[in-house]
Write a protein that binds this ligand. Structure first.
Ligand SMILES: Cc1ncc(COP(=O)(O)O)c(C=O)c1O
Length: 385
C-alpha cells in the first residue's frame, strides 16, 4: 500500500536538492566560518548565500537574518531578547491565546520574571479582534507577538493591519510574528508589513530539523540569549550549523519559487479534500474558517470519535495525519487552540489535522478519501458495539 503523508504542518519531507546541498557541504565545506583561512572563508560564503535565499523568500536584506537552532529558538530569542532589552521602558507584552508553546512558554517564563502579559482571545474562526488589540496597548507595552498562521487550524491573523496599527503608535512596541507555518505558503514580507522580528523554521520548508532563522529589522536592538564566541554579530553565539544553514537556504529558494509559480496548488488540494469529505462523511465538522484559512492546513472534527484513535486507524491505512498539534501532541492535553475557539468538546476530542505540501499529489488526495471513510466507518462500528 502506498503511504500518504498528510502531516506537513508537523514537518515536511526534505527535498532532494536540499539533501544534495547538505551532503556537499558536509563533505567539502567543513571549515569553521570563524577561521581566517580559505576553508573558513568558504564556509562563511555558504552562510552568506543561504542568508540571501532566506532574505529573498521574505523580501528583506540578508544582513537582517540570524540563523538559530530552529523555530523554537527564534521565538525565544525574539521574545526574551526584546523583553530584556526594553524592560526599563515597560514590562507589558501582548500575545494571543492560540500561540505555539514556544511563544506561550517563553511568555510564561517572562511572567515569572515580573513581566505582565495580555493574552488576546480569538473568535470561532480562530482570529483575534483588532479592536481588542488596540484596547490592550498601554503606555508600558513593549512587545506585541502574534502568529501569522496557526499550526493547528490554519487560521490567519491580520498581520498587515496590526503592523499599520502599531506603526502609528507614539511609543511603538516591538512587533514579532511567528511565521513558521506561513513562510513559503503565503506571502509574508516583514519589511513592507511593519514587522520588527519574524521567526521561520527549516523543517517546515523542506529543509532539515534543528535549523531556523529570525528576521531582525535593521535598527531594532534585542539582547542575545546565548553568550559565547560572538558569532552572528554577537546576537547568536555558537559555531554556525553550516550544513543546516545551507539546507535551509536551499529550502527557502525552492519554496519561494513554489509560492510564486504554484501559489494556488495548495488551496486546490485543500478544497478537493473539503468537497470530498463533505460528500462522503457529512457529519464531519471543519474547525475554523475554510475560506479565510491557510492553504495547507485543515482541522476536521468527527463528533463522537477520538482524534487519536482515528489517527492510528488512518496509520493502518498508510495515511499519516496529526491529532491536534503535532508539536505538543505527546502531552495529550486537549488543544488550547480549539478550546480558545469555543469548539464543542465532542468535536474537539474527535479532531484531526490534515496538512498538505507542494509535494502532495492530486492522486494522493483522491486515494486519501476512501481510506479516511474506511477508517471512520471501522471506528464507528467498533464504538457502537
Ligand atoms: C507555529 C509554530 N511555531 C513554532 C514551532 C516550533 O518550530 P521548531 O520545531 O523549528 O522548533 C512550530 C513547529 O511546529 C510551529 O508550528
Amino acid at each position: 500500500m502506498k503511504e500518504i503523508y498528510l502531516d506537513n504542518a508537523a514537518t515536511t519531507p526534505v527535498i532532494p536538492q536540499v539533501v544534495e546541498a547538505v551532503t556537499d557541504c558536509l563533505k567539502n565545506d567543513y571549515g569553521n566560518p570563524s577561521s581566517m583561512h580559505r576553508l573558513g572563508i568558504r564556509a562563511e560564503k555558504r552562510i552568506k548565500d543561504a542568508k540571501r535565499h532566506v532574505a529573498d523568500l521574505l523580501k528583506t536584506e540578508p544582513e537582517e537574518i540570524i540563523f538559530t537552532s530552529g523555530g523554537t529558538e527564534a521565538n525565544n530569542m525574539a521574545l526574551l531578547g526584546t523583553a530584556y532589552s526594553r524592560m526599563r521602558r515597560g514590562k507589558h507584552c501582548i500575545t494571543t491565546a492560540i500561540e505555539h508553546p514556544s511563544v506561550l512558554q517563553a511568555f510564561a517564563h517572562l511572567e515569572n520574571q515580573g513581566f505582565e502579559v495580555t493574552y488576546l482571545p480569538v473568535d470561532a474562526d480562530g482570529v483575534i479582534s483588532l479592536d481588542d488589540l488596540h484596547k490592550s496597548i498601554r503606555e508600558d507595552t513593549i512587545l506585541v507577538s502574534v502568529m501569522h498562521v496557526n499550526n493547528e487550524t490554519g487560521s490567519i491573523q491580520p498581520i498587515r493591519e496590526i503592523g499599520v496599527m502599531l506603526a502609528n503608535r507614539p511609543r511603538k512596541p516591538v512587533f514579532h510574528v511567528d511565521a513558521i507555518q506561513s513562510a513559503g505558503k503565503l506571502p509574508v514580507y516583514p519589511s513592507q508589513w511593519g514587522i520588527d522580528l519574524l521567526s521561520v523554521s527549516g523543517h517546515k520548508i523542506h529543509a532539515p530539523k534543528g535549523i531556523g532563522a529570525l528576521y531582525i529589522r535593521s535598527g531594532v536592538r534585542i539582547q542575545p540569549i546565548l553568550f559565547g564566541g560572538n558569532q552572528q554579530d554577537g546576537l547568536r553565539s555558537g559555531t554556525e550549523n553550516i550544513s543546516g544553514i545551507v539546507g535551509m537556504g536551499e529550502g527557502a529558494k525552492w519554496i519561494a519559487r513554489q509560492l510564486h509559480e504554484n501559489s494556488d496548488y495548495l488551496r486546490k488540494l485543500k478544497y478537493t479534500i473539503v468537497e470530498k469529505v463533505k460528500q462522503a462523511l457529512p457529519d464531519a465538522v471543519f474547525n475554523g474558517n475554510i475560506d479565510n484559512g491557510a492553504p495547507h492546513i485543515l482541522n476536521i472534527g468527527f463528533p463522537g470519535l477520538k482524534g487519536e484513535v482515528l489517527l492510528h486507524a488512518l496509520e493502518e491505512e498508510g495515511v499519516y495525519v496529526s491529532s491536534g498539534s503535532a508539536c505538543s501532541s505527546r502531552d495529550r492535553k486537549l488543544s488550547h487552540v480549539l478550546k480558545a475557539m469555543g469548539v464543542d468538546d465532542r468535536v474537539l476530542e474527535g479532531s484531526i489535522r490534515v496538512s498538505v505540501s507542494y509535494l502532495t499529489t492530486e492522486e494522493e488526495i483522491e486515494e486519501f478519501i476512501p481510506r479516511l471513510v474506511r477508517a471512520v466507518k471501522r471506528i464507528e462500528r467498533f464504538t457502537r458495539r
